[in-house]
Ligand binder design. Sequence first.
Ligand code: AOF
Ligand code: ZN
Length: 332
Amino acid sequence: MMHRALELALLGPAYGANPQVGAIILDKDLNIIAEGWHKGAGTAHAEVDALSKLPNGVPEGATAVVTLEPCNHTGRTGPCAVALIESGISRVVYASKDPGNESANGSKTLLDAGVEVIQGVLEEEADKQSVVWLTAMKKQRPYITLKWAQTLDGRTAASDKTSKWISGTESREDVHLRRSQLDAILVGTGTVKYDNPDLTARKPDGTRYEHQPLRVVVGNTELAQDLRVFNEDAPTVHLKTHDVKDVLAHLWDRGMRHVLVEGGAQLASEFISLGLFDEILIYQAPLLIGGTNVAVTEIGISTMKDALALEFVEIKKLGPDVFIRAIPKEGS
Ligand code: AOF
Ligand code: ZN
């Protein structure tokens, strides 16, 4: 049943301030009588969405299976723990603990009201599915993905600065899909000036995904307003600062929980130097161009023993390229 609830959770948006949550209601014989999921900030939570599908109320002895501990707070909507108690539910089973300060402790409210609570069912799987939101909540800053495309000799552009196209079609499609599932794309002013990127999320047929992340240009350099990043295809802000912590705080306040840093080397190096990243995505093309244009420049490391240690958590072939996902090594 929890597997089903986890599937339902994925029907909601991956971007935005709120987590993806799924819920199902079972009758006393453990038949599914309602399913619900969260459709984004400001809409009903998964539990309430599921309850709303039972206009005649919850039958005796019913169980709610939820992927996240029911909330305990009144935010944009009311507390789910109370909604479940008032519905007359007998038992609540959940997977992940809610890391929020305000919203947490729904399980205590449920127990105090005499509801049976079973916690931690498929917790590891659920935590993995919601790693972006859970990490953001724990760190109180957006989850940070760094991404670049590079040649086999680790170059991101030729000496004349051209970089189109290092990676192949499949890699680019993968990037666009990822863009459509997060809140903001960050680039430095240099990248905007030299590459003139569009930074929208486009489907393989060239049309735009329904959700477009905010395009965030970071840096003090003034930019011509006819650059593509300022077109009407998606929203854009130019934050005239070099302080990436300020940038993250600004985006957090706007409800953003997942950002993608797309370059250039100066911006990526700044995030790495400050230890501000949760994963790195590399699209490695079978090309050699030599020269000095690399993805990461100065990150304050001068000797091998200080090297930042990462761990490859995913490696796959994407068309002619190799896709690598790496995360900071535990304890480093
Ligand atoms: C969700 N969907 O299905 C559950 C959530 O301010 P609100 O009302 O939007 O509440 C957001 C918080 O509620 C969220 O941070 C999480 O702690 C909790 N549970 N949130 O968006 C849901 N169950
Ligand atoms: Zn809730």
